[in-house]
Design a protein around this ligand. Sequence first.
Ligand SMILES: C[S@@+](CC[C@H](N)C(=O)[O-])C[C@H]1O[C@@H](n2cnc3c(N)ncnc32)[C@H](O)[C@@H]1O
Length: 181
Amino acid sequence: MRRHDILNDDLECDVYDLVHCRALLLHLSDPMRALRRMAAALCPGGMLLVEDADFATMAAGPGHPAAADFDRLMRAWVDFFGRNGTLDAGIGRTLPVLLDELGLVDRGSESLEFRRTGGSPEAELFAQGFELARDGVLPGEFPPGTDFAPVIGALRDPEFGFVDSLNVGAWGRRPRLGYLG
Ligand SMILES: C[S@@+](CC[C@H](N)C(=O)[O-])C[C@H]1O[C@@H](n2cnc3c(N)ncnc32)[C@H](O)[C@@H]1O
């Protein structure tokens, strides 16, 4: 185990049977650079597996009084992180094509969607994130007058259901012979 900046620190080439990352690329200023470096670290025949979120699927279930507030706030949340450069909320859906550039074989991709319930650990993570935003702890401004209370309440209400971000996985193998693209 080591502390390592995938964009800048030295990384061995041609050695790893498996290179995997999850919820990493969406935070990087240059995800393609990271992907090229990870692919170059594979030994011939080695497998690259990358997973990342896509927030396009986030949506409240119908019928709950806070459903429309949730959908509105979630869009503001994604815009907020896009503006302050914390994350690219739409990277997940692009992973299969980002891997096109790497010259890998045996390519595939798969996405998983999750239904969450208010009061679950995943809902609580969002609730605490919204509390930080409400209290001005996060860097950047939410639209003036944003009312976080109904959504934080819904996220702790077992009657509330929502679809979480999509988890997209994409993979490919380095050819045993020849060169990476
Ligand atoms: C959302 S967390 C995901 C953690 C874990 N991979 C998981 O799926 O639970 C994002 C992770 O990316 C790491 N990270 C961000 N920028 C990085 C970089 N340039 N090089 C290596 N890791 C980085 C952070 O340290 C953090 O651990």
